[in-house]
Design a protein around this ligand. Structure first.
Ligand SMILES: Cc1cc2nc3c(=O)[nH]c(=O)nc-3n(C[C@H](O)[C@H](O)[C@H](O)COP(=O)(O)OP(=O)(O)OC[C@H]3O[C@@H](n4cnc5c(N)ncnc54)[C@H](O)[C@@H]3O)c2cc1C
Length: 414
């Protein structure tokens, strides 16, 4: 462990920040740890916001806690919730908080994630136009969505699909709007997206694709009206935007820090150890734009990656070996459907293998007899096997994978 590190400030009490705090103590760090978050609800899981927090309206922030107060006490972590970092003085390693306090530490971890993106059109900040990033956002939506209400969900990605499916379970009239011709198709194999969309339509969701929205207004009889560029209109009680997120770093204000910390790709520039170019300043999770040794930059927006990066940044601060990078894995719950993905699905159809198994097919991406990706619906075991096959780089035979008579487990050893 670096002898000079006696204090660490972690800004952001979510997947990356909490895993960093846990790993610092696990790695033997005995100095002070201060955990800061602008959200007064503190450390809770974000994924349930578009799922059980909507579907089970009695769910409280306490039910989705990421870390209990008792564990924070045990780890001897000082938590300051409901207090935002407003200015980072990076050279002196100080944080100025909204409360007016200034704190300093030997190491500062920026795990500030992102905020939901709003469309750059008139009316995008009307009170009836909601987003889902914080617990309070989900509560606001829950208050509006009484049975029979009409809600327009904009965005054909995972959050749009999850929100549309969750609201449909509540007997809400859901109008799902996507700019693309087929929702989810930028993320999953097209054939699977078609089946998923059909499932959502059967569950009562109404979908409009290829939408071009020009503005939102709240001046008519309806709570809010969407105006499309072709002149059509759609009235609703609320709109939920699921159109991506923007990494958060407004606290980087001075020119020198901006130059060294901000990535042209969005986010905070770090190397593979998650260190920035300013000694003692680190970033992890959705906000971290990681430049690899081959000079490519990646910024992930997944729970598993944020959690892993929290562990990596702790190891960097401690001067210990970084934990092994897990095979990429992601899940999405859309109403009754539990989707899991391992590795990366290649867009080329020649690498796509379909396996008919149970109610939903499993899709694999196999290139040069090596599995690189898999996606399943309500079949987590298939993805468990795929994770092993990808990690161990075993021989994967497309014909056997496609054949439901050949057990997947039998193929795990290649
Ligand atoms: C609705 C929703 C559903 C999701 N579902 C899934 C899913 O099913 N599967 C999956 O893999 N991923 C999912 N994700 C993505 C996953 O939740 C994120 O990748 C993960 O939370 C990122 O963690 P993070 O710690 O990097 O940042 P965040 O979770 O964004 O947390 C950042 C924290 O920093 C705090 N913060 C920001 N700025 C400041 C400041 N200036 N001062 C103090 N505190 C600050 C914020 O309040 C926040 O608590 C979902 C995300 C959302 C929003």
């Amino acid at each position: 462990m670096s002898a000079s590190i006696e204090s660490v400030i972690v800004v952001g009490a979510s997947a990356a920040g909490i895993s960093c705090v846990r790993q610092l103590r696990k790695g033997g760090f005995a100095g002070s740890i201060t955990l800061i978050d602008k959200d007064e609800n503190g450390a809770y899981e974000r994924p349930p916001l578009s799922k059980q927090v909507l579907m089970a309206p009695a769910t409280t922030a306490q039910d989705i806690l990421l870390i209990e107060a008792a564990e924070l006490d045990e780890l001897n972590v000082t938590s300051l919730y409901g207090n935002a970092l407003v200015e980072l003085k990076s050279q002196s390693r100080e944080v100025v908080l909204a409360s007016g306090e200034t704190l300093s530490a030997d190491a500062i971890v920026l795990a500030t994630g992102g905020e939901a993106r709003r469309l750059p059109i008139e009316g995008a900040d009307l009170p009836e136009v909601l987003v889902l990033r914080h617990y309070a956002d989900a509560v606001k939506l829950r208050e509006i969505v009484k049975p029979g209400a009409k809600v327009a969900v904009i965005g054909g990605g995972f959050i749009g699909a999850e929100t549309a499916a969750s609201l449909a379970k509540l007997d809400v009239q859901v109008e799902w709007l996507d700019a693309a011709p087929l929702p989810l198709a930028h993320l999953l194999p097209e054939a699977l997206c078609e089946e998923l969309v059909k499932h959502h339509l059967d569950a009562g969701v109404k979908l409009t694709t290829n939408c071009r929205i020009s503005k939102f207004t709240n001046e008519g009889d309806a709570a809010v009206t969407i105006e499309f560029t072709n002149g059509d209109t759609l009235e609703a009680d609320a709109i939920v935007l699921g159109v991506g997120m923007l990494p958060q770093m407004p606290f980087i204000t001075d020119d020198a820090s901006k130059e060294l910390l901000l990535s042209s790709a969005g986010g905070i520039t770090v190397d593979e150890t998650l260190a920035t170019r300013i000694p003692g300043i680190y970033a992890a999770g959705d906000v971290a734009a990681v430049t690899q040794t081959d000079s490519t930059t990646t910024r992930h927006e997944h729970w598993q990656s944020a959690q892993h990066q929290g562990e990596v940044v702790a190891a960097t601060i401690l001067g210990s070996e970084a934990p092994e990078e897990p095979t990429h894995w992601f899940w999405s719950d859309q109403g009754d459907l539990h989707i899991e993905m391992a590795g990366h699905m290649l867009p080329q159809s020649e690498y796509l293998i379909k396996r008919e198994e149970g109610d939903w097919p499993v899709y694999f991406s196999v290139k040069d007899n090596r599995m690189v990706g898999a996606v399943s619906v309500n079949n987590p075991n298939a993805v468990r096997v795929a994770l092993r096959m990808i990690k161990n780089n075993v021989n994967a035979e497309p014909e056997k994978l496609a054949d439901p008579a050949v057990s997947l487990r039998a193929q795990m050893r290649g």
